[in-house]
Design a protein around this ligand. Structure first.
Ligand code: NAG
Ligand code: NAG
Ligand code: NAG
Ligand code: NAG
Ligand code: NAG
Ligand code: NAG
Ligand code: NAG
Ligand code: NAG
Length: 839
């Protein structure tokens, strides 16, 4: 890295630190690689539901009844939660009327995506009825639905105050003790608003955009029952998580003119009934505070989930953030955890005040009236005669009106994120708490991505271990909702194309004790014979190690199938000994006749992520090669090869036909023809592959802008034609994904976008990528999944020390080397065939 950008990055971090966003650990330490990758085709045990519609985004699970309700586009479904695909579902068709659709069209809305009835709200209203709201082609409607008959009622309610008109608008809603608490921008002309309906005392937020909500986009709301066992007679509260335009400061270092959007948490009290004269029919308990997670680039709040471990005081919120819009060229996410106590502390701290003359918010240090503005009615206020918010003195209500924003920010527990992950945009979170065998409880996070994957992670101390990444949808689409069922031990995933039911854990896929322990999945333990789900058995004799993931196994015993193969090649050939590491966190270790192959020192042996490549073999390369996966200090034998290098080709039928072939038997003729054809076909294939590579490289030429020649550490990789392409996110696709079978060149700083915006780096103005990704790229762990997950036919050349980095030259030399290798490989394959037939 040159001094310029490095200096700049340091400056950035210092600036971030000065603003209070320091973090003890670097971005690399905060990153985590999913231990295993399960692609769509490898996925098993899932159930899928889809009907003739789209946008299965609103889920309501009634675990005790065994029903999963799904609000989709123009329909509501009731699915059997034990198996969403069992065909026993019930459907309510609820399409927008043709007149309203015409209306919608005339307003210039999209009749392919928008002019429908998108069901956005679906909750239990009372013991007999559900309550649902839909956008109804931009004329929202709501309905109470008899859950047993599961039919639309004859009478609908106006939805304008309860449901957004726009299907894509941020929205959240809850039914709490019969009251409907919703937050969104309800109509085209109206301002965003937090409302209470279906209540004797409907309430709204104050309509001053500057003070209460400023172009807010809502994400989630959470009820916290703080009245329960409260020593001060506190009230239940509803917390709102949203994004809004910041008035108090700009977070952009370079471009002060840009209006920053920030994440917020706000809250209202359930027993609020508004003021008498001032704040009549308005919340008197609305307060909001800034929610920060990581350095100020991670500003877009995407999802929040909450968990209370048996009492409201232990409530924690998990939140996922992605990069703000100005970093459009890359994807990255940060996940933070917040204690309810940290949120409360901010609401109990100093207020902010808007200074008209300076046109900005700053700390308010003046007198604060009694009872404390914005607090709920507690025993303390009742003793003073304030039995409800209507009794509050005018001074308090006037203060509330102008001081909704708190001075203190809500900082994550531990002061830093649990996870910072690049190339991923988390779109949804769900959390479960699992009692592990070590007596502790672990939070398991299920994180849905913007492209249809689920990351399952366990929170260990102040970090995260990602147990696995699972591709639940083949088509790229954001995960829109996640719901956990304890009764069914399932996770339900809602997205545009359908519903997927995934088991919370599939422990049986871990074949050995080591594998089971290394997974660090709190749902799983080794019972001596198999990896099993813990709650289904009693815990005696079970082995599990969530903390470090390597203790408890006596040996790598298990029913893993071991690969044992003989390979015979000719001197001078190249041979690849494939060895697929099941874990992305494992390091490949090769032993030749019992001593370790280092790969680096020996110029003809190259250890890659998916095998060992021996180039230009010599007879002394013969021997026994064992491949191990080494993880957390544990070594698992994965494959053994006996390699024999013959000094010369034994007499074989693959030799070219000789002039007196005619005199041979017809049998020999056949063999000769077939081998000739095979040779030609192979040659053709090789040629076309090489051509394809060259044309690919041609296309990419000039797109690589490298800061300066870097001396070392370049990884080259060929990717087999059948490797799966996960990296379909737009940015990544542009940067990395070429047509299947093409050569990928990954310079030391790739695969981040850091290769392209180098020019911008030099200019040192806003669109500078966040500093962290550069740190994340020096290991295999940081490779996109598609590169980590390769099989048999590919190999990796590590440490091409001597090559200078002028890229065209580099490409050419590699193409040459590749065609040479492929040419030879044809040879090898023939010999292999001969070898197999002789066994
Ligand atoms: C509904 O699904 C379609 C198809 O995937 C998508 O284009 C559209 O954005 C979705 N609409 C909403 C509101 O999610
Ligand atoms: C769901 O399916 C299971 C198994 O088929 C069945 O026992 C159960 O009664 C069904 N539940 C409902 C609500 O239909
Ligand atoms: C949408 O509108 C276009 C033209 O405005 C029309 O051709 C098409 O049939 C409409 N599609 C639907 C589903 O109504
Ligand atoms: C539930 O609400 C619906 C709609 O308001 C009402 O008709 C029904 O009587 C209520 N049921 C009970 C048990 O209160
Ligand atoms: C508040 O409630 C108490 C007891 O319920 C009552 O004695 C008192 O008069 C009430 N105060 C007001 C201001 O209504
Ligand atoms: C958050 O809460 C947990 C347990 O409730 C506690 O151990 C931890 O210290 C708290 N962290 C902060 C920053 O308050
Ligand atoms: C490999 O070769 C050895 C002798 O060289 C033989 O004993 C063994 O059975 C062979 N294994 C396989 C899998 O062919
Ligand atoms: C490994 O052992 C085999 C047989 O024991 C021997 O022929 C071969 O030369 C050895 N290879 C190396 C590299 O030491």
């Amino acid at each position: 890295m040159s001094a310029g950008p490095a200096h700049l990055l340091t400056t950035l971090f210092m600036a971030a630190a000065a603003m209070g966003y320091s973090s003890r650990r670097s971005a690399t330490d905060l990153d985590a690689t999913p231990r295993t990758t399960v692609t769509f085709d490898e996925l098993s045990g899932v159930r899928r539901f889809k009907a003739h519609t789209l946008n299965y985004s609103t889920l309501l699970l009634e675990d005790d009844r065994g029903i999963l309700y799904v609000g989709a586009r123009g329909a509501i479904f009731a699915l059997n939660s034990s198996d969403v695909a069992d065909g026993s579902h019930h459907t309510i068709h609820w399409e927008a009327s043709p007149e309203k659709r015409m209306d919608c069209l005339q307003k210039g809305k999209n009749n392919k995506t928008e002019c429908f009835n998108h069901v956005r709200f679906l909750q239990r209203l009372n013991s007999t009825h559900l309550y649902a709201c839909g956008t109804y082609a931009f004329h929202p409607l709501c309905a109470a639905i008899d859950a047993n008959r599961f039919m639309l009622p004859s009478h609908f309610e106006e939805g304008k105050e309860k449901c957004p008109y726009d299907p894509a608008r941020g929205y959240t809603g809850l039914i709490v003790d019969g009251g409907l608490y919703t937050a969104t921008r309800y109509e085209f002309r109206s301002l965003p608003d937090i409302r209470r309906n279906l209540h004797q005392r409907p309430l709204k937020t104050e309509e001053s955009p500057l003070h209460w909500l400023n172009d807010a986009e809502f994400v989630t709301s959470v009820l916290v029952r703080e009245s329960k066992d409260s020593p001060v007679g506190d009230d239940d509260k509803i917390y709102y998580f949203f994004m809004e335009r910041a008035g108090e400061e700009t977070t952009s270092f370079f471009d002060k003119s840009q209006v920053a959007r920030v994440a917020r948490v706000a809250r209202v009290c359930k027993s609020d009934v508004g003021g008498k004269k001032i704040l009549q029919r308005k919340w008197t308990s609305f307060m909001k505070a800034r929610l920060v997670c990581y350095i100020p680039y991670y500003e877009v709040l995407r999802s929040v989930c909450s968990l209370d471990g048996g009492g409201w005081a232990s409530t924690v919120f998990y939140a996922a953030f992605t990069l703000s819009a100005q970093w459009r060229t890359m994807e990255a996410s940060a996940v933070c955890r917040y204690n309810i106590s940290a949120v409360q502390r901010a609401f109990e701290g100093p207020y902010m005040e808007y200074q008209d003359w300076a046109r900005k918010w700053s700390r308010y240090d003046g007198a604060v009236p009694e009872p404390r503005p914005g607090s709920c009615i507690t025993d303390h206020s009742r003793r003073k005669g304030y039995n409800s918010s209507q009794d509050l003195p005018n001074s308090v209500l006037d203060f509330v009106k102008l001081h909704p924003l708190m001075f203190e920010e809500v900082k994550p527990a531990g002061g830093e994120p649990l996870l910072v992950k690049k190339n991923v945009a988390y779109s949804q979170l769900a959390v479960d708490r699992v009692q592990a065998l070590d007596g502790r409880s672990y939070d398991v996070l299920f994180m849905g991505t913007g492209d249809g994957w689920i990351h399952k992670a366990v929170v260990v101390n102040s970090g995260i271990h990602i147990v696995e990444e699972v591709q639940v949808f083949r088509d790229l689409q954001p995960v829109e909702s996640l719901v956990i069922s304890h009764n069914q031990r399932s996770l339900y995933v809602g997205a545009a194309s359908g519903i997927v039911q995934v088991p919370l854990a599939s422990c049986t896929k871990y074949a050995s004790c080591y594998d089971c322990i290394l997974a660090r999945d709190p749902y799983c333990a080794w019972d001596g014979r198999a990896c099993c789900t813990i709650a289904t058995t009693d815990s005696t004799g079970l082995v599990q190690d969530i903390q470090s993931g390597n203790k408890g196994c006596r040996s790598s015993s298990g029913r893993g199938s071991l690969l044992w193969k003989n390979r015979t090649v000719l001197q001078g050939d190249d041979v690849l000994l494939p060895c697929d590491q099941r874990s992305n966190l494992a390091r490949a270790v090769w032993l030749l006749n019992g001593s370790e192959v280092l790969g680096t020192g020996q110029d003809r042996l190259r250890v890659g992520v998916d095998g060992l490549l021996v180039t230009d073999t010599l007879p002394q390369h013969s021997g026994e090669y064992r491949c191990y996966g080494e993880e957390q200090g544990l070594r698992t034998l994965l494959a053994t090869y006996s390699l024999t290098v013959l000094p010369e080709l034994p007499r074989s039928p693959t030799a070219a036909p000789s002039p007196h072939a005619a005199s041979q038997t017809t049998n020999d003729m056949k063999v000769a023809y077939i081998s000739a054809i095979i040779t030609l076909v192979v040659l053709c294939t090789v040629l076309s592959i090489v051509l394809l590579y060259v044309s690919c490289l041609e296309k990419r030429k000039g797109k690589y802008v490298l800061a300066e020649p870097r001396p070392a550490s370049v990884e080259l990789q060929t990717v087999s034609a059948n490797c799966l392409r996960k990296g379909h996110r737009e940015e990544e696709e542009e940067e990395l994904t070429y047509p299947d079978g093409c050569l990928r060149i990954i310079p030391g700083e790739a695969p981040t976008a850091a290769t392209s915006p180098v020019k911008e780096l030099a200019v040192a103005v806003p669109p500078l990528p966040p500093p962290l990704p550069a740190e994340l790229t020096n290991g295999v762990g940081a490779l996109p999944n598609v590169l980590r997950k390769m099989n048999g036919n590919s190999y990796m050349l590590l440490q091409q020390q001597e090559e200078p980095l002028a890229s065209p030259l580099y490409n050419a030399s590699f193409t040459e080397e590749l065609s040479k290798i492929l040419e030879k490989r044809k040879h090898t394959q023939l010999v292999e065939k001969l070898d197999e037939s002789s066994v």
